[in-house]
Design a protein. Sequence first.
Length: 201
Amino acid sequence: MKKIGFSGAHRTGKTTLARAFAARNGLPFHETKVTSTFAQQSARAMESMTGPEGFKARLAQQEMITHHIAKILIYSESTAVFDRTMLDVYAYSTYYLRQQMNTFDHDGSHIEALYRLLGEVVRRMVLQDFTFVIQTGIPYHEDATKASQESQQIINDLIVKAAEAYLPANRYFVMPQEIISFDERMEVVYDVCKTLKLIKG
């Protein structure tokens, strides 16, 4: 039995799929509720922030999210399902902090801060035993409080590349983009878990 995470860009259906998979198999489910860390500013508002102050604010927020998810993983049951992983943190941190750095004359200290955070995130990837990367493909529904659709595919690609770079091949599975049916996705996840003996039964 393992800690199984679902990773993916915003609005890809990963939380719905993770919750349903946990329920189907009688496993504890942990919704990381990352949006609750955006209590003072929504993701869309953060996208519009620029300059050194925007970078500083985004860095602090990504650090908080890193610690938040790590705490959930560390103190959860030995067998459980999660709707986010450190792959998500890595991709969103990379995307948003690089975006912020493009808005001002950054120096070595900003690059160092970014890579220090990413290094911490990579080290914590061992907290999850297996990760399903849920790719884009389902219809995108705009939400003014969520990150934009423009960033969705970029973050999707960053997550896939991070998995390939930092996780052993037997510790993750990338859902093919052409599979968008909820039922089909569920069967794929179940079959992979059964094949790799990630769940009993």
